[in-house]
Design a protein around this ligand. Structure first.
Ligand code: GLC
Ligand code: GLC
Length: 639
């Protein structure tokens, strides 16, 4: 159906903008004869202006700019032509319902293929489990070809077109994507586009001195330029190498923001943009519906800056977004920017990344558990939660990465909290260097020189399950309950739903030992899996509790979208917000302390006299005020 040209599209396009007209005419001359050109052409007409404008900001001064754009689109057309019919049908469906991902039934899960189920076939075999849990979005950690043993969990990609042979073949991944799609589950993969592995053929050619590929990376003959850059750079993985550069065997220096085997790509070179566009569209055509745009903050560098969150990083993303609209329209971008909250939101727009991790909410959930105070979290929900139409947060309790305390010092100062000191406290609290702490986390990138440190640990271990803390299960359900009810797409790290504890086993693995994030990436334990329906076990209580929350959310229209209004409970330990909805609003109250907490009747005066609690079905008399048990959360139907 899509292939049928609309009559208007068969007529030549004559936009008023002469530059656009030239680009289109050149492209039409090369591709216009193809049978499937008209459907593509419709999207070119809709998005070429935006694509050209964004690219012009980066490369417009070059004499060959126009032929660069035409070549890029010709490549995109070839990619579109090889796109599966099922994906083209999905494209049309999603273009007709662009808000589909705002549904309260959308729920994400994330896992490593090998650690979760061995290989692609193993993941496919667990589709019934995903359905049982209610997942409709599955993020598989990078499954591409990568160096062994050091690959940063797949985030060092040696080829974007080949998969890690231990996981299966590329055809297995394609098939898995189709099976997931048939089951109503969107596949999410990473676009690791800030860097390639040092074993990628481009990096190998650059190391061997090929000038074309040297220009793909930032390679310097000596320390002069690296020293100048490092003057203003932050260190990301100081445990592995200081600064941002690594030395090659021949003495040269290459830019490596993360590990020494992850070489940063140089997007000032348009050939890098085109080459990575090809890889992006290849991944899209595997059947990927969300691309997790890895490390977006770092993708553009300029001397004298921190080389994070530069305006060109946004331009690049918007250019890729426009290209995706043309050649893989159902593909959405998810931003991974774990930076200051003012910078996080700048990546979120229908024309840039439609969805984004919400690292602030994640970090503040843990902050509130440690302090028993909801001040910073309540403030974030009220001041930093609203997003533009057509976008959504991905709300999570923890990810495969560390927990970093990325709240804004300015926000904390409003409560008299000093950011630096408070982060020191949180780090001590979560690595069990604070008397009475329930948490058993492990430090990540502890940097005594700067005082910087982040936290590793599974949800269960950080909530106290390991040492039998009586409130551990309630804490886990509370954190997930906020992620499930605050709006956007909730994302569960698979394993947390069965309370997987920290796994020190990584210390025996030479590829993992130097990176404490592996402590919270345990292989799935079948024994725990088997307990998930047994309510007499902590595993069963976590799993059943979570499933009730998930089912309740899916049945409650107020949890769609992201609108939220803060509700002042006048109790420093009780978080409050309303999810407004014409079909029935929901008031969420959540106690972050191990003591029962009151919400007084007068605070609830504007609410109806009685309200049903959606998860338990209990009817509450709001005129009498409410008592919340330790770590209790209420989802009240307030009309
Ligand atoms: C992202 C990934 C992280 C990885 C880094 C480098 O932040 O989440 O796991 O180490 O990028 O690719
Ligand atoms: C990536 C890393 C994370 C780090 C962050 C810094 O997300 O995975 O560990 O905190 O970059 O911005």
């Amino acid at each position: 159906m899509l292939q049928t040209p609309a009559p208007s599209l068969q007529t030549p396009w004559k936009p008023a903008d002469a530059g656009l007209a030239r680009l289109w005419a050149a492209l039409h001359q090369r591709c216009g004869g193809a049978a499937d050109w008209p459907a593509f052409d419709g999207r070119v007409r809709a998005h070429l202006g935006r694509l050209r404008d964004e690219l012009a900001l980066l490369y417009g001064r070059r004499a060959d700019f126009e032929s660069f754009v035409v070549n890029l689109l010709e490549q995109a057309f070839a990619s579109w032509r090889s796109r599966d019919a099922a994906l083209k049908a999905l494209d049309a469906q999603r273009e007709g319902a662009p808000e589909w991902f705002q549904s309260q039934a959308l729920l994400g899960g994330v896992c490593y293929v090998d650690l979760f189920a061995g290989d692609f076939a193993g993941v496919e075999a667990r589709i019934p489990y995903f359905k049982e849990l209610g997942l409709s979005y599955l993020h598989l950690m990078p499954p591409f070809k990568c160096p062994d043993p050091h690959s940063d969990g797949g985030y060092a990609v040696s080829s974007y077109r080949e998969v890690n042979p231990r996981l299966g073949k590329i055809g297995d991944l394609r098939r898995l994507a189709a099976r997931l799609r048939e089951a109503g589950i969107s596949l999410v993969l990473d676009f690791v586009f800030n860097h390639t592995a040092d074993e990628h053929e481009w990096a190998l050619a650059a190391a061997a001195g090929d000038p074309k590929y040297q220009d793909f990376f930032f390679i310097f003959p000596d320390r002069v330029e690296p020293d100048r850059y490092e003057y203003t750079l932050r260190e990301i993985f100081p445990d592995e190498h200081p600064g941002a550069f690594s030395q090659l065997a021949d003495g040269r220096w290459v830019w490596t923001t993360f590990h020494s085997y992850q070489w940063d790509l140089n997007y000032a070179n348009p050939a890098v943009f085109s080459a990575m566009a090809g890889e992006m569209l290849f991944i899209a055509n595997l059947g990927v519906e969300f691309l997790r745009m890895d490390a977006v903050a770092f993708i553009w560098k300029r001397l004298g800056t921190g080389c994070e969150n530069l305006p060109e990083a946004h331009t690049l993303l918007r250019a890729y977004n426009a290209l995706a609209r043309i050649a893989a329209p159902s593909l959405l971008f998810k931003s991974e920017a774990i930076v200051h909250p003012d910078d996080v939101v700048k990546y979120i727009a229908p024309t840039e990344c439609q969805v984004s991790y919400n690292p602030l909410q994640m970090a503040l959930l843990w902050n509130s558990l440690a302090t028993r105070e909801v001040n910073l979290l309540q403030q974030a929900l009220e001041n930093r939660h609203a997003l533009p139409a057509g976008t959504a947060w991905v709300n999570y309790v923890r990810s495969h990465d560390d927990i970093g305390w990325t709240f804004a010092d300015e926000d904390a100062a409003q409560f008299g909290i000093k950011g630096f000191d408070h982060r020191q406290f949180l780090n001590r609290y979560y690595v069990n260097r604070f008397p009475g702490s329930f948490a058993r986390g492990v430090p990540f990138q502890d940097n005594p020189a700067t005082g910087d440190c982040r936290i590793s640990g599974t949800c269960a271990s950080l909530c106290g399950l390991e040492q039998g803390d009586p409130h551990a299960v309630a804490r886990m359900l509370l954190l997930h309950g906020i992620a499930l009810s605050a709006g956007g797409i909730p994302l569960i790290y698979l394993g947390d739903e069965i309370g997987m504890p920290n796994d020190p086993g990584y210390l025996q693995d030479p590829g993992k030992a130097g990176d404490s994030r592996w402590v919270h990436r345990p292989p799935r334990d079948p024994a725990r899996d088997a307990q998930r329906d047994d309510p007499t076990t902590p595993v069963g209580r976590i799993y059943q509790g979570l499933r009730r929350l998930i089912a309740t959310r899916a049945a409650t229209p107020a949890f769609a979208g992201g609108r939220l209004i803060g509700f002042n409970t006048r109790n420093g330990s009780v978080l409050g917000y309303t999810r407004p909805c014409a079909a029935g609003s929901v008031l969420v109250l959540a106690n972050f302390s191990e003591h029962a907490q009151a919400v007084q009747a007068e605070v609830l005066q504007a609410q109806p006299a009685t309200a049903d609690e959606l998860v338990t079905g209990a009817r509450m008399n709001l005129r009498a005020g409410l008592w919340l048990a330790p770590y209790q959360m209420l989802w009240l139907a307030v009309g």
